[in-house]
Design a protein around this ligand. Structure first.
Ligand code: NAI
Length: 467
């Protein structure tokens, strides 16, 4: 085999692609991973999940020191050094992307730098900094992820009108930030800049925030964010943006129709969703089919309609989340190796890193109502949890939805401290087909936040203790 021929070429080095490449190598395949950006890790590591969480953590500490210490009897003089805060974020990103390069070396995955284009089944041309090179392989896996959905009339310049990428690297705290789209990106990055001092207004098309979350969780989250100082304009859309030297003026229209409101601000964050990214891959030329939204269509083994070409992650159906892409990557390569890979899309948890955090898995209450499934509901508020009180983080609750007949857990939704960690007890229970009774009978350490999950499970059976 020549050095440009592989068992598998993965196009895209994000969480889907790099995990697939490593797993394929573990399974004995010779693997090349083609990535067009300078570092591995994709959107998630470079300009997504990781830098946003670094900024969320720093801004939480800043807000806590500025407003939360007094309660504890701690006096502090607090000021912000944004350059150091951003530097910390950049170092975390740098360390983690270098970590993937190390994992590639360890697993003998060849990292090829440049943009890959599929010229025929089994053949990829890579346009890198140097000359083009042709790679061949038995199989090709597309893991090129997603890109920001543009908003008509609002042109992103990444300084005044920004996507998440620009919002992660603002040079100063804007006085007024308008967030367009009350989804995960908008509310997380809106929270960062609000905590650092911006006045944040969120404009959302729907009459609710965070569409994938359970409605009761979303409504409570919105109330809490409002209490923290965020302003919401629901049922409204931004139709135009005009940037001058000193400000950006937005046209905001009620969705139902009515007068256009002019909204002035210093920075606008456009966060109205993401769409599959397949530009320049040559899919039309080789006839890979996509659905009307641009998602590559695949079968249960992640195979496209063209022999030897596979796709995973944000470019195919399912939630556009890093952890879902990773699961796709593992399942897809295991199937290639003759094993039984499978991803249960009903059990992909979602987490929003606001304060408090929101997390959910399985069916929402609205979905159960709509499908006419009879269910019992258990709820427990963090204000009744001893450890939450000690932390001073009592906003939110745990809600468990269980089948009325079998008691099998169908959905769990949490708003509260560390909800992103707590949800995994529910994911585990559900993956094993567990019932609310199972969770209720498991001994949970005291005092912990996890006791709120147990109490909600007890409440499903009408025997909650601490409420
Ligand atoms: P999103 O799909 O979560 O939310 C977009 C929001 O924009 C929706 O509420 C939608 O109704 C609204 N919208 C759409 N068009 C609009 C318009 N013209 N005017 C006003 N509002 C409008 O998308 P987002 O926040 O951009 O995130 C992209 C993807 O990244 C999502 O799949 C999200 O789940 C994922 N993500 C996940 C995170 C996590 O796991 N913690 C963090 C950040 C993003």
């Amino acid at each position: 085999m020549s050095e440009t021929s592989y068992d598998l070429i993965v196009i895209g080095g994000g969480p889907g692609g790099y995990v697939a490449a490593i797993r394929a190598a573990q399974l004995g395949m010779s693997v090349a991973c083609v990535e067009k950006e300078a570092t591995l890790g994709g959107t998630c590591l470079n300009v997504g999940c990781i830098p946003s969480k670094a900024l969320l953590r720093s801004s939480e500490l800043f807000a806590e020191a500025a407003h939360g210490f007094a309660d504890h009897g701690i006096k502090a003089d607090v000021s912000l050094d944004l350059k150091t805060l951003m530097g910390r974020k950049d170092k975390i990103v740098g360390d983690l992307t270098a970590g993937i390069a190390y994992l590639f070396k360890k697993n003998k995955v060849t990292h090829i730098s440049g943009a890959g284009r599929i010229t025929a089944p089994g053949s990829v041309v890579v346009a890198g900094a140097k000359a083009e090179q042709t790679l061949t392989a038995g199989r090709i896996l597309i893991a090129t992820g997603s890109q920001v959905t543009p908003l008509a009339g609002v042109e992103i310049d990444e300084t005044r009108i920004v996507s998440s990428t620009g919002a992660l690297a603002l040079k100063k705290v804007p006085k007024r930030l308008v967030v367009v789209g009350a989804g995960f990106i908008g509310l997380e990055l809106g929270s960062v800049w609000r905590r650092l001092g911006a006045k944040v207004t969120v404009v959302e098309f729907l009459d609710r925030i965070t569409p994938p979350l359970d409605l009761e969780i979303a409504k409570t989250l919105q109330r809490t964010l409002k209490k923290q100082g965020m302003t919401f304009k629901l049922g409204a859309k931004v139709t135009a943006a005009k940037a001058t030297k000193t400000k950006v003026t937005l046209d905001v229209e009620p969705v139902k129709g009515g007068d256009v409101e002019k909204l002035d601000c210093d920075v606008v964050l456009v966060s109205v969703g993401r769409r599959p990214y397949t530009d320049g891959l040559g899919l039309d030329e080789i006839g890979v089919t996509r659905d009307p939204q641009g998602f590559i269509t695949v079968d249960s083994s992640f195979a496209t309609n063209v022999d030897g070409i596979y796709a995973i992650g944000d470019v195919i159906r399912g939630p556009m989340l890093a952890h879902k892409a990773e699961e796709d990557g593992v399942a897809c390569t295991e199937i290639m190796a003759g094993q039984a890979g499978h991803v249960d899309y009903d059990l992909v948890p979602g987490v929003i890193y606001t304060s408090p955090q929101g997390a959910g898995v399985g069916q929402t209450e609205e979905a159960l109502k709509e499908s006419g499934v009879a269910y019992n509901k258990g709820k427990f508020a963090f204000s009744a949890n001893g450890y939450a009180r000690c932390l001073g983080e009592t906003d939110g609750f745990v809600k468990i939805l269980a089948d009325a007949k079998s008691d099998r857990v169908l959905g769990v939704h949490i708003l509260g401290p560390d909800a992103g960690t707590l949800i995994h007890e529910a994911v585990t229970a559900m993956a094993f087909g567990g019932s609310a009774e199972d969770i209720a009978r498991i001994c949970h350490a005291h005092p912990t936040l996890a006791e709120a999950v147990k109490e909600a499970a007890l409440d499903v059976g009408g025997r909650v203790i601490h409420a």
